[in-house]
Design a protein around this ligand. Sequence first.
Ligand SMILES: C[S@@+](CC[C@H](N)C(=O)[O-])C[C@H]1O[C@@H](n2cnc3c(N)ncnc32)[C@H](O)[C@@H]1O
Length: 236
Amino acid sequence: MTTATQTGKKEMVRDMFNGIAPRYDFLNHVLSVGIDILWRKKAIRQIAHLKPQIMLDVATGTGDFALEALSLKPKQIIGIDISEGMLDLGRIKVKNRKVDDCIQLLVGDSEDMPFADNNFDAITVGFGVRNFADINKGLHEMHRVLKPKGMLVVLEFSKPKTFPIKQVYQFYFSFILPLVGRLISKHSTAYTYLPDSVEKFPEGQTFLEMMKKNGFVEVRQIPLTFGIASLYLGNK
Ligand SMILES: C[S@@+](CC[C@H](N)C(=O)[O-])C[C@H]1O[C@@H](n2cnc3c(N)ncnc32)[C@H](O)[C@@H]1O
């Protein structure tokens, strides 16, 4: 059942990403000092052995994960997102790279996907799950559209646990990132929403349990860069 709170979050998230879309890629790479690119590469390596032919990138935004997945040489990559603003920029990148025969970026809600069951060999989600209005619904849908033996890779921020990384990260995420994000994006709340949403995200074992509850097997977590981010992997 969709509650008013879930609808509210979805609209808020869509409007926010539409608002920051023009500065999103730049800020992403600046605020993460480019590490986000290495994280996506590592995520893609986890599914290379499957040689996926039909792939889905959920919450694709400006398409960076979909573009990274080209290295696997699949026949088709579909990216979906609720933000037209983000997708428009992604489509420009896809066109400029002349890969529009392989990558299609579509408006779509990951919690209610317009795809048949058992459709994709592999699914990627980069920094998207945390933004879902209902994470269980999103996981359920991703499991539904994945082919048997297909694989889901989720890339998401996590909170480092050890001194001094934990303290440096908290300071950076609470003070530097919101300030730089606001100055460059000119959006008043997007970069305070980011640390808030990371704080609220049910990371680690809790997230692995949610994956299991929604049908994924062989679930595992790979911490990245001192635990600043994690890959969560699961099979159908
Ligand atoms: C932080 S961006 C990540 C973009 C891209 N995956 C990346 O790695 O840079 C999060 C994206 O999730 C999208 N999003 C949030 N909720 C969604 C939903 N329910 N369905 C589809 N996309 C969603 C937002 O519109 C936004 O583009």
